[in-house]
Design a protein around this ligand. Structure first.
Ligand code: ADP
Ligand code: MG
Length: 219
């Protein structure tokens, strides 16, 4: 369970100007289910997700992970949180172009200290990439690339998947396939999807959190 308390992010854009990207947001998130964070461009969705994912510093407020406050986290706790609690999925996939599908996925497994070939194959099947193991990213469609990214994040057996516009570069049919995979994963873990697509949110979310100017306007 993730508790977010009075979370605020202020970017200093110049010496005088500042931007309040996330403004005093409080939320309690369960340990499974598919939750969408929606809102217009610039409403603070990515900033909120990035603070949960420790990609961005918190200006004020707190995040409490399974009862332990970020304020109590040591460097080692953050490392463990990043390596075994979190999985990230981005709009532009971020694959290593010089590695094959299988290598892109297995490298994440190796980093987490395991070389479980059987588990690797199971994950590849789960995202329906069997038969594509030896292809390079530039030989894949957008949907296939995103499925490599999902598999790469799943090998760590994360408790939570943070997805920032995961279907932003995909067509309607491919988007549905990706969201179906994420929905399936949300049975056993928390999946947070940042999206400006309200139709996807209505079709897939168990809960929709809408942001405007860094504040929650609907939950
Ligand atoms: P969204 O993901 O909903 O489009 P963001 O979280 O990216 O919104 O941005 C929220 C606000 O914070 C926007 O006004 C944006 O311009 C600002 N912002 C985001 N990142 C930075 C940054 N690195 N420096 C300054 N301002 C930023
Ligand atoms: Mg964004």
């Amino acid at each position: 369970m993730i508790e977010i308390k009075n979370l605020t992010k202020i970017y200093k854009t110049s010496r005088k100007e500042k931007c309040i990207a996330v403004n005093d947001v409080s939320l309690t998130l369960p340990s499974s289910g598919m939750i969408f964070v929606t809102g217009k461009s610039g409403s603070g969705k990515s900033t909120l997700l990035n603070m949960i994912g420790t990609l961005d510093n918190i200006t004020s407020g707190d995040i409490i992970v399974d009862g332990v406050s970020f304020k109590k986290f040591k460097e080692k706790d953050f490392q463990e949180y990043r390596s075994s609690y979190l999985g990230f999925i981005f709009q532009d996939f971020l694959l290593l172009e010089e590695l094959t599908v299988k290598e892109n996925i297995s490298i994440a497994l190796k980093i987490s200290g395991s070389e479980d070939e059987e588990y690797l194959n199971e994950i590849i099947k789960r995202v329906e990439l069997d038969g594509k193991e030896d292809k390079f990213p530039n030989e894949l469609s957008g949907g296939q690339r995103q499925r490599v990214a999902i598999a790469r994040s799943l090998v760590k057996k994360p408790n939570m998947l943070l997805c920032d516009e995961p279907t932003g570069n995909l067509d309607y049919k491919t988007s549905k396939q990706i969201l179906d995979i994420l929905k399936e994963e949300s049975k056993t873990k928390l999946v947070i999807v940042v999206s400006h697509n309200t139709e996807d949110a209505e079709n897939y979310a168990v809960r929709i959190i809408e942001l405007m100017d860094g504040k929650i306007v609907k939950d």
